[in-house]
Design a protein around this ligand. Structure first.
Ligand SMILES: C[S@@+](CC[C@H](N)C(=O)[O-])C[C@H]1O[C@@H](n2cnc3c(N)ncnc32)[C@H](O)[C@@H]1O
Length: 331
């Protein structure tokens, strides 16, 4: 992780070259091709993307980075998808996600605090669509599932019961809440269960997965740049032949969408509490475009009615979902 560096430190060095070293030797040279971050949260929150164009690939690790003007510093670099371009791409994230609590300014100028872990309602049952998802996963022999932003594990349990290997990812603060703690304790009885703390545990874990479930997670994230960076991180944990199941809602919050609680591209809920939760809505097209940016193509909508947006994405469209027949989903 980057310590003591700010996003603004890197802005002047966009398109500039950096040397990459391990403890003992120089491993290559990269160019800084992207600096993203959001100063309304904290200037220490940013993501950097580097391009290695000479074809030298190096693994996920902490490297010493050297620039003649900036000097030396350490970054944890994660290889990311090169989207079919030449060379290799690496991302360093200094997050952004140090804490799930965001100090933001609402659009009316009021200082507010958003705790993204408070968006999780304990006691909710698994959505029944998980059965269709599980059958489709089985049919395609996809076993290792990432339940990202798993909350109180409502979708982890039905998958464990069907013998999938499930890795639940959450902020430590969420896992420590009573409802999640109890759920974790139960889930740990299964040898097929594992849990990772976000961000460090997740970013540093080297396993690959066959599918990820993103159930009501991305719309609770208040910083748009973090959503993009997160989707990229998740995509890089997934195999070439893999799926992402996206769940969200559109139109559910029409009643409360008021200018007085607007922040960034969404709204803060429970305005009377000290820590609020955040919610935004995406059109189906926006969701599909976010996923296209990480090369995931929509292959199915599991719910076209009401406010639900349950969408299935396949990396490069490799896994197909045949058209619905009169007897239901052809699973
Ligand atoms: C609305 S809850 C949904 C929980 C669960 N997926 C479900 O459907 O019941 C959103 C969850 O996403 C988690 N979350 C939000 N941003 C996250 C991030 N960047 N990393 C990990 N978890 C995140 C929150 O802590 C919260 O538990």
């Amino acid at each position: 992780m980057i310590e003591g560096l700010e996003r603004s430190t890197f802005d002047p060095y966009l398109n500039k070259k950096f040397e990459i070293h391990t403890e003992s030797s120089r491993v290559g040279e990269v160019e800084l091709v992207e600096v993203i971050g959001n100063d309304s949260n904290s200037s220490e929150s940013f993501s950097l993307v580097f391009w290695e164009k000479f074809g030298t690939q190096f693994g996920q690790n902490t490297y010493k980075i050297i620039h003649p003007e900036m000097g030396e510093f350490e970054l944890f670099l994660v290889p990311i998808d090169n989207k079919g371009k030449a060379g290799f791409y690496y991302q360093a994230v200094n997050f952004m996600w140090k804490t799930p609590v965001y100090k933001l300014q609402a659009n009316d100028g009021k200082d507010i605090s958003i705790d993204v872990t408070s968006s999780c309602a304990p006691g909710l049952k698994a959505n029944k669509v998980i059965k269709d998802i599980a059958r489709f996963l089985k049919k395609n022999e996809l076993e290792r599932i990432l339940d990202f932003g798993a909350g109180a594990l409502r979708h982890t349990f039905p998958l464990l019961r069907r013998s999938f290997q499930v890795c639940a990812v959450e902020f430590e603060k969420q896992f420590q809440k009573k409802s999640c703690k109890n759920a974790l304790k139960r889930a740990k009885r299964s040898a097929n269960f594992s849990a990772l703390i976000f961000p460090n545990g997740f970013i540093e874990d080297k396993r690959k997965f066959d599918a990820a479930i993103l159930s009501f997670v991305v719309p609770t994230m208040p910083i748009p740049e973090e959503r993009e960076a997160l989707l990229r991180l998740i995509s890089d944990k997934l195999e070439e032949k893999s799926l992402i199941f996206w769940m969200s809602q559109f139109g559910k919050y029409n009643q409360i969408k008021k200018d007085s609680i607007k922040v960034n591209d969404g709204w803060y809920l429970n305005p009377k509490r000290t820590h609020h939760s955040f919610y935004t809505e995406f059109t189906n097209e926006q969701i599909d475009n976010m996923m296209k940016a990480i090369n995931f193509i929509r292959i199915r909508s599991l719910s076209d009615r009401g406010t639900d947006q349950f969408r299935v994405f396949s990396r490069n469209g490799v896994i197909k979902w045949q058209k619905k027949t009169r007897t239901g989903f052809p699973l």
